[in-house]
Ligand binder design. Sequence first.
Ligand code: FMN
Length: 173
Amino acid sequence: MELFKAIKERRSIRKYTDKAIDKATMEKLLDAAKWAPNAGNYNAWKFIVINEPAQTKQLLNFCPGLNDVPAAIVLICSKPKQKKLADKVRLMYMADCAIASQNLVLAAYAEGIGSCVVVSFADVALREILEIPDNVYPFMMVTLGYPSETPEPPPRLPLSEIVYKNEYGKEWK
Ligand SMILES: Cc1cc2nc3c(=O)[nH]c(=O)nc-3n(C[C@H](O)[C@H](O)[C@H](O)COP(=O)(O)O)c2cc1C
């Protein structure tokens, strides 16, 4: 699939069919995620794939705003090298996870799989259920499954409102 087409046409999907994602396809998506740019090339991320329907359902209880059960949830966590995280370093690891999630959703779209990035989840509950150690930080979740909806593209601002030329506030033209 052409990259720009995938970037523009991918939508957040919140309603899924019951069809499971096979292991080879899931590994293809995870492989795309791991090729994301990441700070220092530390590869300081861990991807927890939850694809047991009962467990997926259980997790959704701790994700306000998500109702439908996806075929899988990938919880993207980081396992920083440092014990204490300065704010900036913490942001760096969050950025790694965010970029990996973008690779994941675009790769999913190219495979005909819908996805939604979710950050509104109760990490305390998830930590307990998934037995995540204290030195690992769950940052974002990506739901995955075959879509049973075709959302309209939500609007984006025109470039003239978000891009400046050479100086903040200076019109791009
Ligand atoms: C950091 C982040 C957090 C998000 N959290 C949620 C969420 O908790 N629940 C949800 O339904 N969608 C969530 N989304 C999806 C956004 O609502 C969606 O990307 C946005 O409305 C634009 O729609 P589009 O992805 O179809 O272009 C999140 C997206 C991002 C990037």
